[in-house]
Design a binder for this molecule. Structure first.
Ligand code: CTP
Ligand code: CA
Length: 233
């Protein structure tokens, strides 16, 4: 289902997409990073441009070429990503958090390089929680009709399946759609392909078989168009 590539069904809409993975610096040369190539977020942005949207692409430490036709915003940390997404969300009709966001940051960042000193123990790093950007976007969204989308990489275990965890996360975050994919088995990260289930807060669930990230991207926008409130005029 859905209009697919080439159809301008997002014309007149502004969408904001985050991509990549955040970095939290310990000192000027070291950081705690979240692994993500940015490919899924870039595929989402490219698909939205092709469907006629005005697109803001907030890229955290991505080395891919810019998406033609998208407004690029470069960020590094969770704080910068949060600021950029909240700013975009003030005008966006849909926001998609495809970035891998650090759950923790060092409590302190040293201004100068941490040195190893002979005869002393290795330092320990004290961490603090970061802001939950997706939960904040969900709570502060303009209602009705601004669509908020999250991504979750999950693994199933003895107490719950991948989809059980996805359903609870969707509810906990308060977003409209959660794109859940199973990790492990060498899937997701650097790959060109992805497989996922798009869960909706309305109870819906759309399976997207293993295939190019562009196909998953279009499947996400197909769901967004059914939920988004078009601006008047
Ligand atoms: N996310 C976010 N801000 C954070 C952490 C996550 O906006 N501080 C977003 C991610 O971009 C993603 C979604 O939340 O769209 C789910 O991320 P995930 O790491 O799976 O969820 P967490 O709530 O961090 O749960 P977990 O403890 O499983 O990591
Ligand atoms: Ca997390």
């Amino acid at each position: 289902s859905g209009a697919g590539p080439g159809s301008p069904d997002l014309a007149g809409l502004h969408v904001a997409v985050s991509a990549g993975g955040t970095r939290e610096y310990l000192d000027p040369v070291r950081f705690i990073g979240n692994r993500s190539s940015g490919r899924q977020g870039y595929a989402l942005a490219r698909a939205a441009v092709s469907r006629g949207a005005r697109v803001t692409l907030v890229a955290a430490n991505v080395t891919l070429a810019d998406v033609a036709g998208a407004d690029m915003v470069r960020v590094e940390s969770v704080a910068e990503l949060r600021e950029a997404m909240l700013k975009s969300a003030s005008t966006a009709d849909a926001v998609v958090m495809a970035a891998a966001v650090s759950d923790f940051r060092p409590r302190a960042t040293q201004g100068t390089k941490i040195k190893k000193t002979a005869g002393t123990d290795a330092p320990s790093i004290e961490l603090e929680r970061t802001e939950d950007i997706l939960a904040e976007l969900s709570q502060t969204r303009r209602k009705p009709g601004q669509v908020v989308v999250g991504f979750a990489a999950e693994t199933g275990d003895s107490t719950g399946s991948v989809l059980d965890y996805g359903r609870s996360k969707l509810a906990a975050k308060g977003c409209d759609l959660l794109v859940v994919n199973e990790v492990g088995r060498d899937r997701g990260f650097e790959s060109e392909e992805n497989e996922a289930v798009i869960l909706g807060s309305d109870g819906s669930s759309t399976e997207v078989p293993y295939g190019p990230k562009s196909v998953l991207a279009h499947a996400v926008w197909d769901r967004v168009v059914t939920l988004v409130e078009r601006p008047a005029g």
